[in-house]
Design a protein around this ligand. Sequence first.
Ligand SMILES: [Fe+2]
Length: 181
Amino acid sequence: MPYPELKAILTDIGTEELAHLEMIGAIVYQLTQNLTPEEIKKAGFDTYFVDHTTGIYPQAASGTPFTAAYIQSKGDVITDLHEDLAAEQKARTTYDNILRFCDDPDVIDPIRFLREREVVHYQRFGEGLRIATDNLDSKNFYAFNPEFDKCGKCAGKGKRVSADKKQENGNCADDKSCGRK
Ligand SMILES: [Fe+2]
């Protein structure tokens, strides 16, 4: 990631998301403590229980386990930020759906808080997208991948240029000697 302001946004959101995982894990742990086999069955928790007892196992509500395949990084700032924006909206929808089922205030309050944070993250990723495009050629944002391609000035020094030879466009911000836009 060549743009320091955008790097800071991504680090902030990533750190907060790890804390969210901890909060959700704590909620699940507290909700499943001291359950009787009858309560487990009545709540539809029996299939999870057979596989994991009451241990915290990262999976979707439908049972699909978390895998690295969910991390859809593509190595292109515009592509990846759109993926991040979509992920925040999907998280917000998931929290909306959880809130439709919930009647426990000790669950509702933190879930509302997390939902609100996903909306903020969406907005901050939007700011990030603006930072990225402000550094690119407004006539064609897609001519240059600032995470890989180099501008015309760097190309003159024998470095890589953009794939479609539009190397005059874009800001090669990861080369300290190059402030070109
Ligand atoms: Fe988020």
